[in-house]
Design a protein around this ligand. Structure first.
Ligand SMILES: [Zn+2]
Length: 669
């Protein structure tokens, strides 16, 4: 049937709704649309999904993801078959969706080997739809999976052609616009990757702080949460197999080598080695020591001799500040900040220049020198290091690197969101300063350790910085950490995920995607998150002061001061907005929209209960019985609701335990 006739028939049968559907699924910027490919028409499946006979698990999984989301949109489950089961003449199989490296894709001239790593091709013609990228073995849900091209192609298709939005882990967090029809315009595009690696680190395993089932998830609850979060992260394209090896390289060197080679280590007040009270495993190095350089190169050569691939030369300092004040190290440093300049800086900025001094040039020279030595032995060597603490400020202009020097840009100590405009701008300058050295710079912030389970919302300012680094050469991202409090920090976390694949989008448009998943309550949910973001922004200075006064780490002990910024009256105002949201969807109390409002309500109730408990822990006149009763109340709530995934209870339990010094198992003893 000629296309015009098909279109005409559709219009006659289904009225204008179908036309709107066709227009909606058309991406902006595409050239003239000639043909259309039907997946589902009038709630009848038209296409069959085909995978290679010897498909890698990743392509099979990609096909299943496609089928699952098409079914969510249309109610129709498309059949999945192997390529050899495809009957060329069958009328039922006129419309064919080829997923992965099928023979048909090769015959159609689709050559995935010509793509950049992890890219995919989407080609849509009148009868065939191809989604293919370079695939490889391994678990499709493993973020370290090396070859996931086809999966990224499918997710791009679901995003652009179906309007699928993954708001948070689990079924309720998956929003798919409904329609009886799914007809997509023809065309071809390459699905590019914005970053060589993109990662948001999960906190479902806290090492020795591993989930405490007495106050956190039940074992079963944890299992389902991890599963849902893994699926969710992959849907947002998280993949870090191409990140070179980084790590704090000299941790533990002092106990091992200090006696024999004190000259490798920091010299402070005339003494080599740890200062009084310093953690022995975090003693910093004397990076101008030639004998240290030789040791590093010798170790690396040994590694090289035992590897198939050239190992990275890892030069990141032990997890701490650079302390050496020997003459040579001081001579390698660049100009130091003046008192006058310091006077115009925020406290956090001052700490980057002092404590004890700005050592950026010293470390930059060290990395450069070492890289050049290693490069003479293995020209393809990649050198890795962290731009961090007091070697974070941009280096002097004359410092340049090969792009094989990889630097993780790690802002720390005090640059929490929301921050002052002065700090936001200054941080951008430091980014540009490292960028212009020629090194490959990746974005590795610790900002998301903040906020505990509270509605600590900082979506917009975070997004501004993210878009800045993406536009200015970031080769990868590695966010520490995904705390996963989806019910209270939803918009911030949504942007964190979404910007990885749509960094060019307007932030308001991305936020609108989130709000639209609440149907008639969209505007109220918008107001709700705006309320929290304004509250947090207004209090940004107080957060700094609050934690400083209590000596509480914002990283580990936010629960110690949360009640100060989230008193009962602040919750009441938010509650009133959510009441309006509930009213907006009350006609359909069982709808997905109403349940999403309920999800936000659970997040709010959870945060409020925890704030009450925090106030009790802070009140020295409260009794143990009172605290236990309040904790019991909180934990009972968690038991009943953990399957909603509004909060990662591993992290909640971890922050509470380190804030209140309650023994794990406080409840139930
Ligand atoms: Zn030194």
């Amino acid at each position: 049937m000629p296309l015009d006739t098909v279109l005409l028939k559709r219009i006659l049968l289904n009225g204008i709704a179908v036309l709107i559907g066709v227009i909606l699924v058309t991406s902006p910027g595409r050239t003239a649309v000639i043909d259309h490919f039907p997946l589902v028409e009038d709630a009848v499946g038209r296409a069959v999904v085909i995978i290679p006979d010897d498909s890698w698990p990743i392509a099979t999984y990609a096909a299943e993801e496609l089928i699952e989301h098409v079914a969510l949109r249309t109610g129709v489950s498309l059949p999945l078959i192997n390529e050899s089961d495809l009957l060329e003449d069958s009328k039922d199989q006129v419309y064919r969706i080829f997923i992965g490296s099928t023979r048909h894709a090769q015959w159609a001239g689709i050559d995935v080997s010509g793509l950049k790593p992890e890219e995919a091709v989407i080609r849509i013609s009148k009868t065939d739809l191809f989604i293919a990228g370079e695939d490889g073995p391994g678990d499709p849900l493993d973020g370290g999976h090396a070859w996931s091209g086809t999966l990224w192609g499918v997710y791009d298709f679901l995003d652009r052609e179906l309007g699928v939005r993954w708001l948070w882990p689990g079924e309720l967090g998956t929003f798919v616009p409904r329609s009886n029809n799914l007809v997509v315009p023809s065309g071809e595009r390459i699905v590019e990757r914005r970053f060589q690696w993109q990662r948001v680190r999960q906190t479902t395993n806290r090492g020795r702080w591993q989930n405490n089932p007495l106050i956190g998830f039940t074992e079963e609850g944890l299992k389902s949460y991890i599963e849902a979060e893994n699926i969710f992260l992959r849907r947002h394209g998280m993949s870090f197999s191409r990140k070179p090896s980084f790590g704090h390289s000299f941790g533990g060197w002092w106990p091992q080598y200090g006696e024999e080679h004190p000259e490798w280590f920091q010299k402070v007040d005339g003494v080599r080695g740890p200062t009084p009270g310093q953690n022995e495993n975090r003693v910093s190095m004397c990076v101008t020591s030639l004998s240290l350089h030789n040791k590093i190169i010798e170790d690396w050569i040994k590694e090289l001799e035992n590897s198939d691939k050239t190992p990275a030369l890892r030069l990141a300092e032990a997890d701490g500040r650079a302390h050496c004040e020997c003459e040579r190290c001081l001579a390698w440093d660049g100009p130091q900040v003046t008192e006058e300049e310091l006077a115009n800086m925020t406290r956090s900025m001052q700490r980057s220049y002092t404590r004890p001094r700005n050592a950026s040039d010293r470390y930059a020279r060290f990395w450069k020198l070492m890289h050049e030595r290693a490069e003479k032995i293995a020209p393809d060597v990649v050198t890795t290091a962290y731009v961090y603490l007091n070697y974070f400020v941009e280096p002097s202009d004359h410092i340049t690197f090969s792009s094989n020097v990889h630097l993780d840009y790690v802002p720390w100590t005090g640059y929490w969101f929301p921050r002052r405009i002065q700090e936001q701008e200054w941080l951008k300058e430091q980014w540009m300063g490292w960028q212009k050295t020629g090194a490959s710079v990746s974005y590795r912030p610790n900002y998301f350790h903040d906020g505990y389970i509270m509605p600590h919302v900082f979506a917009r300012q975070f997004a501004e910085k993210f878009q800045f680094v993406e536009q200015n050469g970031a080769v990868g991202t590695d966010f520490d950490a995904l705390k996963g409090h989806w019910g209270t920090q939803g918009t911030t976390l949504y942007l964190l995920m979404r910007l990885h694949n749509r960094p060019e989008a307007r932030v308001d448009d991305l936020l609108r995607e989130y709000y639209n998943a609440f149907g008639e309550a969209a505007d109220m949910v918008n107001a709700y998150f705006d309320y929290w973001e304004a509250h947090i922004t207004r209090n940004r200075h107080n957060f700094d002061v609050g934690q400083a006064e209590l000596g509480a780490s914002r990283l580990r002990a936010y629960a110690k001061f949360a009640h100060q910024f989230f008193p009962p009256e602040v919750f009441s105002e938010a509650e009133a907005i959510l009441d309006d949201a509930r009213s907006a969807v009350k006609e359909h109390p069982d709808s997905e929209y109403a349940r999403r409002v309920e999800f936000l309500q659970l997040g709010l109730d959870h945060a409020r209960k925890a704030a009450v408990l925090g106030a009790l822990f802070a009140d020295k006149y409260s009794s143990r019985e009172q605290r236990e009763a309040a904790y019991r109340n909180l934990v009972d709530f968690r038991r009943k609701t953990e399957g909603w995934f509004y909060s990662n209870l591993v992290d909640a339990a971890y922050i509470e335990t380190s804030s209140w010094n309650n023994e794990p198992g406080f409840i139930g003893k």
